[in-house]
Design a protein around this ligand. Structure first.
Ligand code: GTP
Ligand code: MG
Length: 470
């Protein structure tokens, strides 16, 4: 007898999804009641098994090995991956079968392509989104102006106009990237369908040149266009519209469908948000994450039929009949755990409270429905800093030297007043000083507790309880 659940792990690139999933699986596998409290704290986890049969299985053993043998973090995710495991709990007779879906964060920016009704709807919604924020609008302004300024009586050929618009759209996306707002869609511009990212060793100008050389999507570029182009009498504009529309449809089917079909099929979701990175990036990133959460919420909001079922279930629960129905026929709203990741960087309980408030305020508009069961968490999946109360210093590891025989790592003790303090709320655009938060985004090493032991976690166990319990 078993219970099954499928959980989508979502969030922007670098938000901490893969580390969270790796740490969670590891704590289940090497379960220790002192390090991972399940349920009341008395519950044990046994018989953990990891299933590698799926062709796109999540390479948990490799991620773990990087922690253990290299003292590093897992690699960036370049394609979606499926983590299937089973275990038993000492407080239950069931075998629990859990499936987690890890995705490359870049694809989250494509949620609007997936959720919009068609190409025209996507074009309309995307330009609406751009106009909602000054910075984003500024980045895309040249592209938008050039669309309006295209002279249909000009002698430019269709392919000239096409190339011109592709270049303009790419320039806009590059500007977004430069302004820390990677709302880059179609996302294949920065992470190709076969998983190629931009070479990390390239510098600013080289990255830009490399991006300008790349297509938006290898199989056919597309970008949003005004719906008037569809109906207009000019055959050139009409053809360009048709071409974008056809490529949009194909992109949905070939790039997004496999991944989003998995997400559509999930019971519950973890949405990872890196608040530290948003603070260090500024308003563009803030609006991007909020926009993506809103779009994603629209996607998982139960349809009208399911909402009615949930209402019936709630009425039955109110008269205490609902709970005696078999689990399989109970209609439940999907659960969403919004997670402020990397919470070790909020070094004490006051900072952690602020972190939670920032998360709640960021996603507030999306969570305002009783058809979704949402909850908020701060979580550390792999500690990389410690606050030493005695010396009032922040301690972390730093790579100091590479002498050909491997690198040496030393400890840094930073006075706590040199560590950024979280704000009490989100700043308006003019008061937002990103330089105050730069320290948060410096790469750091995980502090491995002991050879082969799972990384030190905080709240990952509470998160596990929420997302897996019925
Ligand atoms: N301090 C700290 N850093 C973390 C923690 N989790 C992740 N990180 C850092 O965040 C980086 C990105 O984490 P990943 O889990 O790879 O991010 P991701 O969301 O899977 O990113 P993509 O694969 O690009 O979508 C890691 O390389 C670490 O540097 C944490 O709990 N604490
Ligand atoms: Mg990842």
């Amino acid at each position: 007898m078993f219970r099954k659940k499928k959980i989508g792990v979502l969030g922007a690139a670098n938000s901490g999804k893969t580390v969270l999933l790796t740490s969670l699986l590891w704590h289940l596998e090497a379960f220790s009641p002192e390090k991972f409290h399940v349920g009341s704290g008395q519950v044990g986890i046994n018989d953990f098994e990891y299933d590698k049969k799926h062709s796109l299985w999540f390479n948990y053993p490799l991620h773990k090995e990087i922690f253990v043998n290299q003292g590093g973090w897992p690699d960036k995710t370049t394609d979606y991956a499926i983590a299937k495991c089973s275990y038993r709990r000492t407080d239950s007779i069931w075998q629990h079968d859990m499936t987690f879906i890890d995705i490359p964060g870049e694809r989250v920016s494509d949620v609007l392509i997936w959720t919009s009704e068609n190409y025209a709807d996507w074009s309309r919604q995307l330009s609406q989104f751009w106009s909602g924020n000054k910075l984003i609008q500024h980045c895309m302004q040249d592209f938008v102006n050039n669309l309006k300024g295209i002279d249909i009586n000009d002698s430019l050929s269709e392919s000239n106009i096409w190339d011109y618009l592709v270049a303009q759209y790419k320039n806009g996306l590059i500007k977004l990237g430069k302004n820390y707002s990677p709302f880059i869609t179609p996302s294949t511009f920065v992470l190709t369908a076969d998983g190629k990212t931009i070479d990390e060793n390239l510098s600013g100008k080289e990255v830009e040149d490399e991006l300008l050389r790349r297509p938006i999507w290898e199989k056919g570029d597309f970008f949003p266009l005004p719906v008037e182009w569809k109906k207009c009498k000019n055959i050139t504009l009409n053809n360009i519209y048709k071409k974008c529309k056809a490529n949009f449809k194909r992109y949905r089917k070939e790039v997004l469908k496999p991944l989003y079909a998995e997400i559509d099929d999930c019971d519950n979701f973890l949405v990872c948000v890196d608040i530290f990175n948003i603070l260090a990036s500024g308003p563009g990133r803030f609006y991007q994450v909020r926009g993506e959460v809103d779009n994603f919420f629209e996607m998982i909001r139960p349809g009208r039929f399911c909402r009615r079922m949930i209402d019936i279930q709630k009425a039955l629960n109110a008269i205490k009949i609902g709970k005696i129905l078999p689990n399989s026929v109970q209609a439940k709203p999907p659960k969403i755990a919004f997670v402020a990741t990397k919470s070790d960087m909020a070094y004490d309980s006051d900072e952690k409270n602020k972190l939670l408030k920032l998360l709640e305020r960021l996603v507030h508009s999306a969570t305002n429905t009783s058809y979704v069961n949402s909850s908020f968490f701060t979580c550390c999946s792999g500690r990389s800093i410690i606050y030493d109360y005695k010396s009032d210093k922040i301690v972390f590891l730093k790579e100091v030297d590479s002498d050909g025989e491997g690198s040496r790592i030393s400890e840094v003790h930073l006075p706590v007043d040199k560590w950024p303090v979280l704000p009490d709320g989100w700043k308006c655009e003019s008061d937002w000083n990103i330089s105050l938060y730069r320290e948060f985004t410096r790469p750091r090493f995980p502090l491995c507790p002991g050879y082969g032991e799972p990384p030190e976690q905080d709240n990952l166990d509470r998160l596990f309880d929420f997302i897996t319990e019925d």
